[in-house]
Ligand binder design. Structure first.
Ligand code: SF4
Length: 227
């Protein structure tokens, strides 16, 4: 594993649990709005040994670990890494953009994942506009279907930048995940460290449009939220 960062505690990332967040380094997408462009490269920031020493010290204080990126599933040894976390009896949440359905399947089928948060970047035909590189649409569809059918608990989530996705796009995403349990629309917040610096002047749609998007999504999923 190549690890890029650690957030030692969060009360808001994993629903109902006190969690640490471990960031894996490296991603196969190139999203314009990526908040962690330094995590797109495969540069280690700290060691796996340090991470497990940290976890062992926090036993009894943390309930869970969120494994996020970058994109965790680009790492062939993700299975072994999460197995080690599970051996220590933590709940595990996996954040993924769904480009590696085989990795997600293997983890879930071996009871190594308790919660999946999967990004749906755009309607399938518009992925390139958001991720800024080619994508295997069949892989994304396979991950969606697998998560909906087999994940112990899950959410889908979509980051919204004004001018990049509109209400019609949210309707298409809704059709793509129709019948899903839960979806979050995430308001894009600009900063000065984005993958595409031109996005630092972009922003989320207005509250009115966000609510229209949420109501559109709510027609397709069990629960639809904005955050
Ligand atoms: S925002 Fe896009 S480029 Fe950045 S880590 Fe996530 S999937 Fe990769």
């Amino acid at each position: 594993m190549i690890l890029g960062g650690l957030q030692k505690t969060t009360l808001i990332d994993y629903p109902g649990k006190i969690a640490a967040i471990v960031f894996t380094a490296g991603c196969n997408f190139n999203c314009h709005y990526c908040y962690n462009p330094e995590l797109r490269s495969f540069s280690p920031n700290f060691s796996v040994e340090e991470f497990f020493k940290f976890l062992d010290r926090r036993k009894g204080q943390l309930d869970a670990v969120t494994v996020t990126g970058g994109e965790p599933t680009v790492h062939a040894d993700l299975f072994d890494f999460i197995s080690e976390i599970k051996k220590r009896d933590f709940f595990v949440k996996l954040d993924t953009q769904g480009s590696n359905p085989a990795a997600v399947r293997k983890l879930v089928e071996n009871n190594l994942i308790d919660y999946i948060a999967m990004d749906i970047k755009a309607p399938l035909l518009r992925y390139f506009d958001v991720i800024n590189c080619p994508v295997n649409n069949a892989a994304i569809s396979e991950s969606i279907e697998f998560v909906m059918a087999h994940a112990p608990d899950y959410e889908f989530r979509t980051t919204v930048v004004e001018g990049q996705l509109g209400v019609d796009d949210i309707e298409e995403i809704g059709k793509l995940i129709h019948g899903a349990k839960r979806h979050y629309l995430q308001k894009f917040v600009a900063n000065n460290n984005l993958n595409d610096p031109t996005y630092s002047s972009f922003h989320a749609p207005s509250e009115i449009v966000m609510e229209e998007m949420r109501a559109t999504m709510a027609r397709h999923v069990g629960e639809a939220f904005v955050r």
